[in-house]
Write a new protein. Structure first.
Length: 63
C-alpha cells in the first residue's frame, strides 16, 4: 500500500510539473512582415545558416 501511494505521488507530481512547462512546447505563430516569396527565402537562408538540411523542396516531396 505504501508503494502504491508513493507511485501515485510521484506520478501526480511529474504530471503537474510537466503541465507547467507545456507553454514552452507550443508552436508560436506570427504573421510575416514579408510577402510569401521573401518569407520562404528568409526561412531557407536562416535554416542553411544554422546547419539545417532539407533533401527535398517539392510540393509532393518527390526528389
Amino acid at each position: 500500500m505504501k508503494t502504491l501511494k508513493t507511485i501515485l505521488i510521484v506520478t501526480l507530481t511529474t504530471l503537474i510539473l510537466s503541465a507547467c512547462n507545456m507553454g514552452s512546447m507550443m508552436i508560436h505563430e506570427e504573421e510575416s512582415p514579408y510577402d510569401y516569396g521573401k518569407t520562404v527565402e528568409t526561412i531557407k537562408a536562416n535554416a542553411k545558416a544554422t546547419g539545417w538540411f532539407q533533401k527535398c523542396t517539392t510540393s509532393r516531396h518527390q526528389c
